[in-house]
Design a protein around this ligand. Sequence first.
Ligand SMILES: Cc1cc2nc3c(=O)[nH]c(=O)nc-3n(C[C@H](O)[C@H](O)[C@H](O)COP(=O)(O)OP(=O)(O)OC[C@H]3O[C@@H](n4cnc5c(N)ncnc54)[C@H](O)[C@@H]3O)c2cc1C
Length: 625
Amino acid sequence: MASSTRPLALRAACSLRAPRCLRSTAAARQEQPGEPARPPPPPDPERGSARGGTGPRGTRRVQPPPPAVDFGDPREAFRSKSSAELVRALVVLRLCALEPLVARSRQLMNLSRKLLGQQRFEQLMKMTFYGQFVAGEDQEAIKPLIQRNRAFGVGSVLDYSVEEDLTPEEAERKEMDSCTSASEKETGARSPYLSPGAAQREKQYLAHREFGDRRDRVISARTYFYADETKCDQHMDTFLRCIEASGGSSEDSFSAIKLTALGRPQFLLQFSEVLMKWRKFFHQMAAEQGKAGLAVMETKLEVKKLQETLANLGIATKAESQHWFTGEDLGVSGTVDLLDWNSLIDSRTKLSKLLLIPNMKTGQLEPLLSHFTEEEDLQMKRMLQRMDVLATRALELGVRLMVDAEQTYFQPAISRLTLEMQRKFNMEKAVVFNTFQCYLKEAYDNVTMDVELSRREGWHFGAKLVRGAYMEQEQARAAQVGYEDPLNPTYEKTNEMYQRCLDYVLEEIKYSQKIKVMVASHNEDTVTFTIRRMAELGIHPSEKKVYFGQLLGMCDQITFPLGQAGYPVYKYVPYGPVNEVLPYLSRRALENRGFMKRAKRERDLLWSEFKRRLITGSLFCNPSH
Ligand SMILES: Cc1cc2nc3c(=O)[nH]c(=O)nc-3n(C[C@H](O)[C@H](O)[C@H](O)COP(=O)(O)OP(=O)(O)OC[C@H]3O[C@@H](n4cnc5c(N)ncnc54)[C@H](O)[C@@H]3O)c2cc1C
C-alpha cells in the first residue's frame, strides 16, 4: 500500500495560505526590542483614534457616551414580539423546566409524530419548540424573521442545523471507521481503549468506541459524522447556500460552519496530535533551558542551546539545525518563541528526521504521525479545498465566516486550519473568525498566540469567545480514558478565564484597527462586564469591533436591549426542515433545563410584559420599534 507522510506538509498540499513573511516576523521583533508598549493605532482619517482623537480637519472628535442598556426592562426586551410569541415562549420555556419531559424529549417527539401524523405534528412543532428555536425550513422561509430582527438592530449568523438521525450504534460505528487510519487498522489492537494498532499514539487523540457517539452529553452544538466524500461535498454545498443566503440578507452578516462536516475526522485527530506533541516538545526544550513556567509568549528558547540539544538527541546534526535557524528565517534575535517554533513545523516537516521527536519517558525517538495512505492523503486535501471554496465565496459576498469550535481532540487542528484561512483571507478585513473555548485551561495561551501572530504577519484577527459546549463529554472522556482533563476544574475558573481572554482582546482592540471579537454568551454578567470594559477603554459600539451573540429563542432580554442601544448583536439562526432539526431541538430543551435560574428570569420578564400588555389593552398591537 502506498503511503506518505504528507499531513504536515500542509503548505504544499493546498493553496490555503498567503506567502509567509518570516522576514517581517523577525523584523517586527527587532523593531520592538524587549516587547515594548504596543504600537499606537494607525491613523484613520475617517474615524480618529479610539478615544476620539483628531477628526479629518484636525478637529478634536469627541465620542458620544456609550449608550445605556437595561436588561431588566421587559417592554424593551420583547418589543419585537407579538403577544402570541410571548405566550409561545412562556409555554416552551416552562416545558423545558420539566425534567422528565426534557429527558424523554426525543421519544415524546417521535410518539407525537406517530399519533398525530406528519402534518399535524409539524404544525404542533411550529407552534411550540420549532417556532421558538428555529427560524424556518429554508433560506426563503427565514427571511421575514431575519428582516424583523434587523429592524430591531439584531443581525443573524445563519446556521443550517440539519442533522442525521443516527442511532447511537450507527454513530459509534461511523466514528470508529472514520477516525482510524488504514495503517492503524492493519496493525491490530493492543489495548481495550485504543483503536487497533495505535500504541504509539496519545490516548486523547484516538477514537474510543465508548465515546464514539459525539452527540452524547452535548447541549449546544450539532454533530456531523463522516459517511463519505460525496456527503462532505453535500455539506459544503449546504454551507455555500447558507453563505449565499447570508450575503443576500444584509451587509454585515455571518455564516457558521463546522469543519467536522467537511472531511474525514481522522485527519483532524492526527493533525491535532501532531500539533500538541510539537507544542509539548517546545515546553520540554524550555524546561531543559530552565524556562519552565513562564507565560507562553515570554518563553524564548536560546537558539545555540537548542541546536546543541537537538544534536545530542540525534534529531538533527548541528549543521542541519544551524541551517534551520539562520538566514532570513528564524533565530535572528538569537531566541525562538513558540510562534517561531510553530512555523518550523510548516517548513521543516519535509525533513523526515524532524518527524521524529523524543519520547521523554522511554528515551526513544518516535514519529510525530502515522503514515497516511494515498486515499487518506487525498481526503485531507479535499477537506482543505472545501474550506478554501467556502472562504472564497464568503469573501466575494462580504459575509464573515464563523468557524465553530468542537471537541478538544479535533480542536487544535480546527483552530490551526482556521488560522491558515485567516492568513489567506483576512488581509484586508476580518472575513474568517476562529472560536476560542474558555473552559480550556490553555484558552489564554491560544488567544494571545493567535493575536500576536496576526500582529506579526499583518492580517486581521477575528474571534468568537465562548465558554464551551462539550464540557460533560470532555470531562467524562478524560476521566475514563485516563488523560489530564483539558478543562478548567470549576465554573468559577472558566469564568475567570473568559474574563481574562476577553479583557486581553479588548485591550488589544483599543490599540488596533485589525481585531474584532464576538462575545458569544448568554451570561448577563459577561455581557455587562464587556460593556463596562468597552466604556473604560473608549471602544464605542458604533466602531463595530465588539459583537455580541446569542442563540435564537434564548435570552432575548439580553439581545434586543443590546440591539436597540446600538451594540452590534447577532442571533445564531438555525434553520432546516422540521423532521431534520429534531435532534437540535431536543438539545435546546436540554440547554434550557440546564440553566434554570436564567430560564426563570426570562420567564418572569416574559410574564411581566404579557401582563403589562393585558392591563394596558395592547395585547393585539403589532411589534413596534
Ligand atoms: C452564539 C453562540 C455561539 C456558540 N458557538 C460555540 C462553538 O462554536 N463551540 C462551542 O464549544 N460552544 C459554542 N457555544 C456554546 C457555549 O460554549 C456555551 O456552551 C453556552 O453558550 C453556555 O455558556 P454561556 O457563556 O452562555 O453561559 P454560562 O451559563 O455562564 O456558562 C455555562 C458554561 O460554563 C462552563 N462550565 C460550567 N460548569 C463548569 C465547570 N464545573 N467547570 C468548567 N466549566 C464549566 C461550560 O462551558 C458551560 O457550557 C456558542 C454559544 C453561543 C451563544
